[in-house]
Design a protein around this ligand. Structure first.
Ligand code: HAM
Length: 421
C-alpha cells in the first residue's frame, strides 16, 4: 500500500466542512474590509524566497522544498504566500491602483519541518496583505480584522493577541549590538541553538522556547527601548487605534517573528490549547520588501493564519453535514416517483439522499440513521396506490402520509422549520 508522505495529510469529508466554515468566515470578514482575492502559483523561482524571506532564516536555510525542473531552473514550493503575492503585485503593476491595495489568498504552503500535532510539511494558510500605505491606522485595522475573523468563528475567547514593534532597519543593528553585548558573556548558559543564533541571527534568541534560556531572555534589553523616535511614534499610534476600536492585546517585546522582512509592527495570535504549536496567526509590517524584490518603494503589512490550527481549535463541536431526508422508494415504481422529487429538492439547494429501491425498507431506515438524515420519505406499493408517500420524523419517530403532489413543497417547508431552529 502506498501511503501519504510524512507530514502531509488528507482532509477527509468528516472534517472538510469545518475547513469550509473557516474559509467562508475569512472571505466574509475580509471582503467587508475591502480585500479582494488573488491566487498565486504554488511554486516560484527559488531566488524569490531567498531574497524575500532572508537567507539566514530557518525557512530558507532548512525548510524549503527546492528542486531543479527539466529546464534547469531552481524552483521552490512556496513556504509562505507573501513573497509570491508581492511578486504578482510588482509584475502586474498593481502600484498604480488606489492605495492601500488589499489582497487575500488561501491555500497550501510547504515547509520541511519536523511534523507533529499542528505542524505539517504541507499546511494551509489564509494570507492577507495591504500594500502601499504606511499609516499606523492600517496596522491597527488589519489586526482588528484578524480578531474579527476569529470572533466570527467563536474562537476569540481562546486566543491572545500579542503586538510588538521591532523598529526600523536603520536602528536595528544598534539594538542587535546591545543584544550581543548582553548575551556574549553568558553565552555558555544558552542552549546550543541559541549559541549558534548569537552569531547568525541574534534577534531570534528572543523567540527561543527552551526553558533554560527563558530567565536569560527575560532580562535581555527590550527592543522597545531601542526604537527610533519615528518607529516609537508609529507603534504608539497603532496602539491608540487598537484602543479606539476596543481590541485587546498584550505588548510583547520578545515577539520578533521568524522571517527577516519585518519592520516596525509585528503581531501574533496565540493559544494555550494546541501544545507547542501555539501560534495560530502571525504577521507584521514589511516596508522595503517590495523594493527589495525589484518593485516600487511601496510599504506593506500583512498576516497569515494557519488553517490546520484554526480547524483544530474548532474541534468537533457543531454540526457536520446536514441531510434533510433520505427518500426511500420500495421497488421500481416508487423510484420513478421519488427521483424527480429528489431532483427538485436538490435544485432548491436542499440536501437529500435517495435509495434506489433495491434494498429492504429496514436496511434503508438504518442507512437514514447512519447518514444523519432528519426525515425518511417512504414510497412503497401501498402508499403509491393511495397516491401518497410517508414522511417519518427520525427524531420523534412520528410519521404521516402526504399526497405525492404535495411532497416537494412539504419537504421544503420542513427544511425551513429546521433552518429556523
Ligand atoms: P508564519 O508565522 O511563518 O508567517 O506563518 C503564519 C502561520 O502559519 C503560523 O502562525 C501558523 O499558524 C501557520 N504555520 C506555519 N508553519 C506551519 C506548519 N508547518 N504547519 C502548520 N501551520 C503552520 C508567514 O508565513 C508570513 N508570510 C505571514 C505574513 C503575511 N506576514 C506578512 N504577510
Amino acid at each position: 500500500m502506498i501511503k501519504a508522505v510524512r507530514g502531509v495529510r488528507d482532509i477527509l469529508p468528516s472534517e472538510a466542512w469545518r475547513w469550509q466554515r473557516v474559509e467562508a468566515a475569512a472571505r466574509q470578514v475580509f471582503e467587508a474590509y475591502g480585500y479582494a482575492e488573488i491566487r498565486v502559483p504554488l511554486f516560484e523561482r527559488t531566488e524569490l524566497f531567498a531574497r524575500g524571506i532572508g537567507d539566514e532564516t530557518d525557512i530558507v536555510k532548512k525548510e524549503m522544498y527546492t528542486f531543479e525542473d527539466r529546464g534547469g531552473d531552481s524552483l521552490t514550493l512556496r513556504p509562505e504566500a507573501t513573497a509570491g503575492v508581492l511578486r504578482a503585485y510588482i509584475e502586474h503593476g498593481f502600484h498604480v491602483e488606489p492605495k492601500p491595495v488589499r489582497l487575500y489568498t488561501m491555500g497550501p504552503m510547504f515547509r520541511y519541518e519536523r511534523p507533529q500535532a499542528g505542524r505539517y510539511r504541507q499546511f494551509h494558510q489564509v494570507n492577507v496583505e495591504a500594500l502601499g500605505e504606511t499609516h499606523p491606522a492600517l496596522d491597527a485595522e488589519i489586526i482588528a480584522m484578524l480578531m474579527d475573523f476569529f470572533a466570527a468563528l467563536g474562537l476569540a475567547g481562546r486566543l491572545e493577541l500579542h503586538v510588538n514593534s521591532i523598529g526600523d532597519v536603520g536602528t536595528r543593528p544598534a539594538y542587535i549590538a546591545r543584544l550581543v553585548d548582553y548575551f556574549a558573556p553568558i553565552q555558555s548558559e544558552l542552549c546550543g541553538e541559541c549559541q549558534a543564533r548569537l552569531t547568525r541571527n541574534p534577534l531570534r534568541i528572543l523567540d527561543c522556547k527552551i526553558p533554560g534560556c527563558q530567565p536569560l531572555i527575560d532580562k535581555a534589553p527590550s527592543i522597545l527601548d531601542s526604537l527610533s523616535p519615528e518607529a516609537a511614534e508609529h507603534f504608539e499610534a497603532v496602539r491608540r487605534c487598537l484602543d479606539a476600536m476596543g481590541v485587546e492585546y498584550a505588548i510583547d517585546p520578545r515577539l520578533v517573528r521568524g522571517l527577516d522582512y519585518y519592520v516596525r509592527t509585528t503581531f501574533e495570535v496565540l493559544t494555550q490549547d494546541l501544545g507547542a504549536q501555539n501560534a495560530v496567526a502571525g504577521g507584521g509590517r514589511y516596508d522595503g520588501l517590495i523594493q527589495q524584490l525589484g518593485g516600487p518603494a511601496d510599504p506593506g503589512i500583512g498576516f497569515a493564519m494557519g488553517l490546520e490550527r484554526a480547524v483544530l481549535l474548532l474541534g468537533s463541536e457543531g454540526e457536520g453535514r446536514e441531510l434533510l431526508a433520505l427518500l426511500i422508494p420500495v421497488g421500481e415504481a416508487g423510484l420513478a416517483r421519488l427521483l424527480p422529487v429528489a431532483r427538485a429538492l436538490r435544485q432548491r439547494g436542499l440536501p437529500v439522499e435517495i435509495g434506489y429501491g433495491a434494498r429492504r425498507l429496514q436496511r434503508e431506515l438504518e442507512r437514514a440513521n447512519r447518514l444523519g438524515a432528519r426525515y425518511a420519505v417512504i414510497a412503497g406499493d401501498a402508499e403509491l396506490a393511495a397516491g401518497e408517500a410517508i414522511i417519518r420524523d427520525l427524531k420523534s419517530r412520528d410519521q404521516r402520509a402526504v399526497p405525492l403532489e404535495a411532497l416537494e413543497v412539504e419537504m421544503a417547508r420542513l427544511a425551513q422549520v429546521e433552518n429556523g431552529r
